[in-house]
Design a protein around this ligand. Structure first.
Ligand SMILES: *Cc1c(COP(=O)(O)O)cnc(C)c1O
Length: 525
């Protein structure tokens, strides 16, 4: 069936949805074509008078044909984007249990603070004397991050966790170059359970990556690290709590061994939400660790940005932090943007990782979160995050298998696909069936060391009622899988606007440009 726009109406394809509608819409769920399909080249949303005759000053470069952008009126534009937003799943619509991503509630207080004109309407090129309040806020946020991590310095500029990894590792590389060891220290150790950004970061700046095996218990053993250490090792990148939701018990011994071998200890701090107010990474021997403000400190994730990934640095690395450097002179703040000035003060910035000072809007939100929670509130948030993850683990452990045995986890509960053996249902099928139940799936097939991994992180935001419904729904699904109701899984999602998409094809051959369809009349010829 073709809908109004001449496209096959997807929702009608489902066996369950055999009822056809003229428009292709299904009750209040609207089909939404692309802007290019609903817009008209000859129309525009605004009425502007024809400009009076003028002589263009672009010489022969004046555009002679239209720019090909679709014209829409304001109501058409509003409907388009609101309809798209209604197809979206967000932390504001339900539990978003993506493991390792810490999809927690974004408090509205943070949003209100970030919209204050004194923060929202300033420009990075304004004279610094006119943005003293903003610089003061950055300085205070830095102090809180140093306090919470027990680290002496923090580079605020990176704009994501992966960006923070890059900045921290570039500081490490600068320190190695300064010691005259750049030619020998070329290898970075990365545990097999690490997030893909860790090896990617190390490789991007020219290091060779060597994997550290994970033991049967899901942890990195200090002996395995020691066996790999030598004069060629630049650093280790270790995540704690790790991506299996477990605390790396050997971490202090690993840090000592790494330092004794003359290498640096990079900690991936994406899972900091499990330990805020409980453990200070600085006490564990960490040299650099990024903090995802959009995970631990509740700022929005925003579709791949705008995040913020400040990276805390030890005394051994602080001098290599990138520009700009935030300085306090008496009662006023200044951003040092010059390598020369920094050098004169004994710093050796490796360069810069981004334009300007970082993600101001995220800084305001994270700071508002910290102030509204206080030290005790942040500690409780971490405790509740761990409690909620264990509540889910306890609610599912009789039906779903856990790869490292039945023992407490940190902020996320990890299951594998052992229990699905012989059911004809895969981890992917199970996740797709969760969509039919109105849930965003958990993280799947990560960490890579666990076969068919399902990593569930509820965060502290969920109420007991919300957790109970989630557990009950997953129990119902698990029992259906074991009872042989395979269709509920292999056909899932049956109720979503789109069914299974060819994700491999989409990744390998992305269609990034809209091309007008051949009119039906021409196609028929
Ligand atoms: C999220 C995450 C990252 C990357 O952080 P981004 O902010 O998404 O760039 C790195 N490591 C781990 C373990 C993560 O969960």
């Amino acid at each position: 069936m073709l809908n109004r726009q001449g496209r096959p109406s997807q929702a009608g394809d489902s066996g369950l949805h055999s009822i056809k509608t003229f428009t292709g819409n299904r009750a209040l769920e609207q089909v939404e074509p692309l802007l290019f399909e609903i817009g008209r080249l000859e129309a525009t949303g605004v009425d502007l008078d024809e400009p009076a005759a003028f002589t263009p000053r672009l010489g022969g470069l004046v555009r002679k044909d239209g720019i090909g952008l679709p014209g829409l009126s304001e109501p058409e534009t509003m409907r388009h984007f609101v309809r798209l937003s209604q197809k979206n799943y967000a932390i504001d619509t339900g539990i978003f249990p993506l493991g390792s991503c810490t999809m927690k509630h974004n408090p509205r207080l943070n949003e209100a603070m970030a919209r204050l004109p004194g923060f929202a309407d300033i420009h990075p090129l304004q004279p610094q004397s006119t943005v003293q309040g903003a610089l003061d806020l950055i300085a205070q946020l830095k102090d809180w991050l140093k306090e919470l991590t027990g680290m002496p310095d923090v580079d605020m500029t990176p704009k994501a966790g992966a960006h923070g990894e890059l900045s921290g590792m570039m500081a490490i590389k600068a320190a190695i170059i300064a010691k005259g060891e750049a030619a020998t220290r070329t290898v970075v150790l990365v545990p097999e359970s690490a997030h893909g950004t860790n090896p990617a970061t190390a490789a991007l700046i020219g290091f060779t990556v060597k994997p550290v095996p994970a033991r049967e218990n899901g942890l990195v053993h200090v002996d395995d690290v020691k066996a790999l250490l030598g004069p060629d090792i630049a650093a280790i990148m270790l995540t704690n709590p790790n991506t299996c939701g477990l605390f790396e018990k050997d971490i202090v011994a690993i840090a000592d061994a790494v330092h004794a071998a003359g290498a640096f200890f990079y900690c991936d701090g994406a899972n900091f939400n499990a330990i805020v107010g409980k453990v200070r990474p600085g006490d564990l021997g960490v040299d650099a660790m990024h903090i995802n403000l959009h995970k631990t400190f509740s700022t929005p994730h925003g579709g791949g940005g705008p995040g913020a990934g400040p990276v805390v640095l030890s005394d051994r690395l602080a001098a290599f932090a990138p520009l700009p450097l935030l300085e306090k002179n008496g009662n006023s703040f200044a951003l040092c943007e010059s390598e020369k000035t920094a050098e004169a003060r004994g710093a050796h910035p490796y360069g810069r990782i981004t334009a300007f000072q970082g993600q101001m809007g995220m800084f305001v939100r994270a700071f508002a979160y910290m102030l509204s929670h206080g030290a005790d509130g942040m500690r409780q948030a971490s405790e509740d995050a761990v409690l909620n993850a264990n509540y889910i683990r306890a609610g599912l452990r009789d039906l779903m298998s856990q790869p490292f045995g039945d023992k407490p986890c940190m902020h996320e509960a990890l299951f594998d696909d052992q229990w699905l053996k012989e059911t004809g249902v895969t981890t992917l099928d199970f996740a797709k069936a969760m969509i039919d139940e109105g849930f965003h799936p958990m993280t799947m097939y990560f960490p890579l060391v666990v076969h068919g991994a399902m990593l569930i992180e509820p965060t502290e935001s969920e109420s007991k009622a919300s957790l109970d419904l989630f557990v009950a729904a997953l129990r119902d699904l698990a029992m259906a899988a074991k009872a042989g109701d395979t269709e509920r899984f292999t056909q899932a999602p049956r109720l979503a606007p789109r069914r299974r998409l060819d994700e491999t094809l989409a990744a390998r051959k992305p269609v990034l440009k809209w091309v007008p369809p051949t009119p039906l009349s021409e196609a028929a010829e």
